[in-house]
Design a protein around this ligand. Structure first.
Ligand code: GDP
Length: 434
């Protein structure tokens, strides 16, 4: 059975939440820091999962210094738990003790779900944003005393249970799909990749109707090709209407880490190519542009540069995507593709530490003054990365209205200059913070 531990400094409301989760009043709760509890271990239930839950607050003994206590609690949780609920107090904001615990939890690599307690009404929702900077992603607003927000918190907790993990896709495996209009060479490229040297291929059972998944292993990396084109070629499903194939492409994109946008070098770029690429971009997937049939072009450096210029002007929204020129037919330059997929995927899930990110943001601010509107100047307080796939950043500002598109773009470029992010879109959100 999975074990959940609640960690947090005294008086953030751990025991109240603990009681709510186990559905009975079993520990004494008082609004006094360090009050003793009579039980620290119980069984909880959510949806189809039952789990054991530990209130680490219940083990505070004697009068040890706060930080020492917190460290012990966090270590216990890390040893015992499959998932850790890290509780903070939304009314008080981040304290030094919170930061101390965050540091320890961060190093453990255990899944941590951040619960911001004492958010008793929707008006207080704004208080949760500063907790993004603790580095555990989305903070879940909860109210122990009112019993609010626990459902969402638990949804997130059970997602991390090991039983469920087995069904989930393996985190180290890179899922990729190929999209592009009929005849750009999708099936040919899949076949070429599967027949590449030093690639170990195994079919994955239980393939859906929409695509054939094939596992391949190369250079110590696991990949899964989500192949929508192969269906047609294997005579199982016919690509009858344009609408149907788009639907299938969208489903494949949904499941991908990296999407290869195929372009036919022979026939050039068409309007349809742009539309198809737009889906992958909008979905926030990592993207590699593949110019196939490069064997049909009298290829030299100049031809490549020229074609690249064409691609860039047609796909301005994909300026972050690397371009690979290859031939599925002759396998020319085929070996350059897999490393590119890997790089794009790594960037897609890259995390930038908050302090490093803010150094870059502060440099950017110094370089280019923030815009003003109606005499009011944009103030940027700090930024933090809130999620990956794609990397997403929240920039805390005095007034989000003042964040002009062009300034957001400037910040994005500075972030890209500093950290690369080749092959992945990145997202920036401006949030209000006084
Ligand atoms: P799909 O509809 O995107 O799956 O495209 P196919 O893989 O069926 O390829 C369409 C046509 O293009 C076939 O006749 C292939 O032989 C041809 N083709 C695919 N890749 C290449 C390539 O790299 N060079 C050349 N010259 N032809 C190719």
């Amino acid at each position: 059975k999975s074990v959940v531990a609640i960690v947090g400094r005294p008086n953030v409301g751990k025991s109240t939440i603990f009681n709510r989760l186990v559905g009975e009043r079993i520990s004494i709760v008082e609004d006094i820091p360090g009050v003793t509890r009579d039980r620290i271990y119980a069984q909880g239930e959510w949806l189809t999962s039952t789990f054991n839950i530990i209130d680490t607050g219940g083990i505070e003994i004697g009068d040890e210094p706060l930080l020492m206590l917190m460290r012990q609690q966090a270590e216990l949780a890390i040893d015992e738990a499959d998932v850790i609920i890290f509780m903070v107090n939304g009314r008080e904001g981040i304290t030094a003790a919170d930061e101390e615990v965050a540091k320890i939890l961060f190093k453990s690599n255990k899944p941590v779900v951040l619960g911001v307690n004492k958010i008793d009404n929707p008006e207080m929702q704004d208080k949760i944003y500063e907790f993004y900077s603790l580095g555990f992603g989305e903070p879940y607003p909860i109210s122990g005393s009112h019993g609010l927000g626990l459902g969402d918190l638990l949804d997130e907790v059970v997602k991390h249970f090991p039983e469920n993990d087995a069904e989930d896709k393996d985190d180290d495996t890179i899922y990729f799909s190929l999209i592009g209009r009929p005849n750009v060479g999708k099936s040919s490229l899949v076949n070429a990749l599967l027949n590449e040297e030093r690639v170990i291929v195994s079919e994955i059972e239980g393939t859906t109707r929409d695509a054939i998944d094939t596992h391949l292993h190369k250079d110590d990396q696991d990949f899964v090709i989500i192949d929508t084109a192969g269906m047609r070629k294997r005579g199982k499903v016919y690509e009858t209407t344009e609408k149907y194939s788009v639907l299938r492409a969208l489903k494949a994109i949904e499941r991908s880490d990296v999407v290869l946008v195929l372009i036919d070098a022979e026939t050039g770029i068409r309007e349809q190519d742009k539309k198809i690429a737009g889906y992958a971009h909008d979905a926030g997937r990592a993207i590699v542009i593949v110019v196939n049939k490069w064997d049909t072009i009298q290829s030299d450096e100049k031809a490549m540069k020229e074609f690249e210029t064409k691609v860039r002007s047609h796909f301005q929204f994909l300026d972050y995507a690397p371009i690979v020129f290859l031939s599925a037919k002759t396998k020319k330059r085929l070996h350059t593709l897999m490393p590119m997929i890997k790089m794009a995927s790594e960037n897609h899930e890259k995390r930038i530490p908050t302090n490093v990110l803010n150094d870059v943001i502060m440099d950017a601010l110094a370089m280019n003054p923030t815009p003003t509107m109606k005499g009011k100047r944009l103030k940027v307080l700090y930024a933090t990365q809130v999620s990956i796939k794609p990397p997403s950043f929240v920039v805390f500002v005095n007034d989000p209205e003042l964040m002009h598109f062009s300034y957001e773009r400037f910040l994005e470029n500075k972030i890209r200059d500093a950290f690369g992010f080749v092959g992945t879109p990145i997202k920036i959100f401006a949030r209000r913070r006084q």
